[in-house]
Every structure is written in structure tokens, then in C-alpha cells.
Design a protein around this ligand. Structure first.
Ligand SMILES: [Zn+2]
Length: 425
């Protein structure tokens, strides 16, 4: 699905840019008319018989630096590794990569280890070298559950049909690849969709987070806290999709339109109920997760650099394929144990769902970017790691694989609503 009226998109964005929070005031087009660039890409795609090229006029990407587990390297195509590691510790190694090879690296990691992506990619060697250091300690905090009366009215507002609608809109793009025209277009569409939540709500703003090395933007909706706005809760998941790298068809309905759709549903539910959080909640759709957690890596590092007090991060990545007996599986590695326990208690307190714990390995999704910056992060996942949606990273990752409904994803939306309200109080 492409927005037919790019001018209208720009107008909506211009309206919301003025509401952006300090520090993230967007420059949506950085002096470049992205609308024209997208239109040119679409026209050129049509004349090329449907192939979607990268956004034209982009400079070739500079090299990136990848950190990954040394034990993974032997299972991957040796041709990907042009030289010895630049640096390493006992467990991890840093390699220089051509960005054009990242899709192939992701494909190899997915085929060998089911991890997507399973590594970090950085614009600078300096940032990659930080991955070899231990992450900063997360300060202990108390978790309490006492918002029952409020949540009793809010949880029934979560609707499957709006989750289905958001998954359908996002998965209608040919792909949401981080360098493709439709990858850019899907981000602009989300900025417009989220901009509507800001109507009549001066405490809500929407901003694009631009990435220097690639055109797809991360999207941030901020719901400013009424009492302690400096304390921040982050809820979100990745916007991009991939299928073997490049510009192949990649609807990414489960991976990860489902996570963005759940994020959207949490926003919608909070807005519909008229809820105003005491602390600030930032809802984020991350660009470029599938090629080394690049979007979330930059966003989390920017938050850390600016000293943003993130009290908790909830990552939503793959929520709508029920491949296992239980309802929700919390990833126990590279996440925060105390916050995971809190989430389990939220499930027990507010739902009848069943849950358990799993592991997903190094750099398996965007929570890892927040963990390594010293923030408490968690990933509630759709199944065991062995039984997740077998159609992801394929042209067949469509809503029909989940029965055309959002029954499973809605569980994650209810959990995330409870998480938001209990943490942002
Ligand atoms: Zn994913």
C-alpha cells in the first residue's frame, strides 16, 4: 500500500514536527525532497517490471563494523569474511563488512541459527568496539502492581480488528527493507498514522529519527508524562522487513508488522481511554533491525548519550503466530531478569494467559540494543525459539499464516498496556 498523496504526508509531518520533544526535533527531509525521491523510485520500479530499487540518489554506504559471536562464524559462508577480525574478546569478534553483504549475513544467520539478525552492525568502529565491553549495570528498582481499577476499564478496549488493519497496511508494501523505496514509504506512512493520535493531544508528538547511513527512518511517538516527564518508558518493535536481502518481496506480516501493530494498538487503547501517564512513554518503530539492529542501536545510544532516564524497554518482535502450547515466552538472555519477572506477574495478575521463558542468543532483536546501553529491556515472544513462525523472511510471511486474525497478537497488546500503565505511574 502506498500513500497516493505525498504532499499530504508532508503537510501532516510538518504539523507534528512542531510538537516534537526537545532533543528529537526532526528535520524530516534534511533538505532533500524525499517525496520526489520516493515518487521517482516508484516510477522507476514500475518501468523495471516491479523490481523496487533503492532510493535513487543515495550515496553508497560506507563500510560497517559487525560484532558477532566467534562460534557462529564457522557455520557461515566464508566468502562473507574478507579478513581476520579487527578486534575480539573471548566470545565476540568485530569484522568490517560491506553494507551490501549484510542481507546475505542475515540470511546465513537465519538459516544456520534461526536468529534474526543475531549480530550488531555499526557505522563506526568505535561503536562496534563497545560491544566487546561489559554493558553498564542496571540500577535495581522496585516493581509494584496496583493499577487494577484503571486497567479493568482499559484492557477490554484492546481490539483485534485494529491490529489486523495495521498488519494489513504494513504487509501490503512490497517490502520494508531499510534501503528500499517502499521501506522509506512505510516509515512515512506510519509517521502519518501516528500523527493522527496527536490531534487534540498537545502532550503527544510524533518525530522521525533519521539515520545517517540509510534512508529508512525510525518513528517515535512521545506521550509526555504529567508528573515526571524526565522518566521514560519505551515500547516498540522493528518496522523493517527482509527476505534474503535486497529488494525481494518481504511482506513481514509476523516479522514484524505484528509488533508494530501491537505497539499501535497500545497507543490507540491509551488514547481511547483518555489515559495520561505520570512518566513519559515513547513508542518507537525501529528502522533496520534485520541488518544488525542498526536503527535501535543508534536510537538507544542517542538516548544514553543524552542521559535519558529509560526506566524500562519492552520489545515487541513477532507476536501473531501461535507455534507453541503456551501463550507468551519471555526471552531470558540479554534481557533484564527483574523486569522479566515483573512482566510474568503482570500476565498472572491481569490475564489468564500462560507463559514461560526461552533464550534467543546474541543480538537476536532490538531489546539487545537497550540492554547493552544499560537499560532494563525485555522481549515477550510468540512461541518457543524452535517453534516460531516458519514463514518469516520469506515472501509468504503473510497474515493468512496466522489465520487472518490477530488473536495471538492481542495478548501481547494487553500485556503491553498493563506494562505501560504499571510502569509509567
Ligand atoms: Zn523480527
Amino acid at each position: 500500500m502506498r500513500n497516493p498523496n505525498l504532499f499530504m504526508v508532508s503537510a501532516v509531518l510538518a504539523c507534528c514536527a512542531g510538537l516534537a520533544s526537545a532533543g528529537y526535533t526532526p528535520d524530516f527531509d534534511r533538505g532533500v525532497d524525499v517525496g520526489l525521491a520516493i515518487q521517482a523510485a516508484i516510477e522507476s520500479a514500475a518501468s523495471a517490471g516491479g523490481l523496487v530499487p533503492e532510493v535513487p540518489g543515495l550515496a553508497p554506504e560506507r563500510p560497517v563494523w559487525v560484532s558477532m559471536e566467534k562460534s557462529d562464524v564457522g557455520a557461515l559462508d566464508g566468502a562473507l569474511f574478507k579478513s581476520a577480525p579487527i578486534a575480539q574478546n573471548k566470545r565476540l569478534a568485530v569484522y568490517e563488512f560491506k553494507p551490501a553483504d549484510l542481507g546475505q549475513l542475515s540470511d546465513g544467520m537465519y538459516r544456520s541459527f534461526r536468529r534474526a539478525p543475531g549480530y550488531f552492525a555499526h557505522d563506526t568502529l568505535e561503536a562496534a568496539l563497545q560491544d566487546l565491553e561489559a554493558p553498564p549495570a542496571v540500577p535495581a528498582r522496585a516493581y509494584t502492581i496496583d493499577q487494577g481499577p484503571r486497567l479493568k476499564g482499559m484492557l477490554p478496549l484492546v481490539k483485534e480488528e485494529t491490529i489486523v488493519s495495521a498488519i494489513s497496511s504494513l504487509s501490503a508494501y512490497r517490502n520494508r527493507y531499510y534501503r528500499s523505496a517502499t521501506g522509506v514509504d512505510s516509515s512515512k506512512w506510519l509517521q502519518q498514522a501516528w500523527g493522527k493520535f496527536a490531534e487534540g493531544r498537545p502532550d503527544i508528538s510524533v518525530a522521525a529519527f533519521k539515520h545517517a547511513a540509510f534512508p529508512q527512518e525510525s518513528v517515535i511517538l512521545t506521550m509526555r508524562g504529567t508528573a515526571e516527564p524526565g522518566k521514560v518508558i519505551v515500547i516498540g518493535g522493528h518496522l523493517d522487513s527482509i527476505s534474503g536481502g535486497g529488494d525481494n518481496p518481504a511482506p513481514g506480516a509476523d516479522d514484524n508488522a505484528s509488533g508494530v501493530a501491537v505497539t499501535n494498538e497500545v497507543i490507540r487503547t491509551l488514547v481511547e481511554s483518555g489515559y495520561r501517564p505520570s512518566k513519559t512513554i515513547k513508542f518507537i518503530a525501529f528502522a533496520a533491525e534485520e541488518v544488525g539492529l542498526r536503527g535501535s542501536g543508534e536510537v538507544a545510544a542517542a538516548f544514553k548519550k543524552e542521559g535519558v532516564a529509560v526506566e524500562g524497554m519492552l520489545n515487541l518482535d513477532m507476536t501473531n503466530y501461535k507455534g507453541s502450547a503456551l501463550d507468551i515466552y519471555f526471552v531470558a538472555d540479554n534481557t533484564n531478569a527483574d523486569q522479566n519477572a515483573f512482566l510474568g506477574k503482570l500476565v498472572d495478575t491481569y490475564t489468564a494467559y500462560t507463559w514461560s521463558s526461552i533464550k534467543c542468543g546474541y543480538g537476536c532483536s532490538d531489546h539487545a540494543s537497550w540492554t547493552k546501553n544499560g537499560y532494563p529491556a525485555s522481549l515477550p515472544f510468540e512461541s518457543t525459539f524452535e517453534q516460531y513462525d516458519p514463514f518469516i523472511h520469506k515472501p509468504t510471511d503473510t497474515l493468512s499464516q496466522s489465520g487472518g486474525n490477530a488473536a495471538h497478537a492481542a495478548k501481547f497488546a494487553r500485556l503491553a498496556v498493563a506494562y505501560a500503565v504499571e510502569l509509567a505511574k
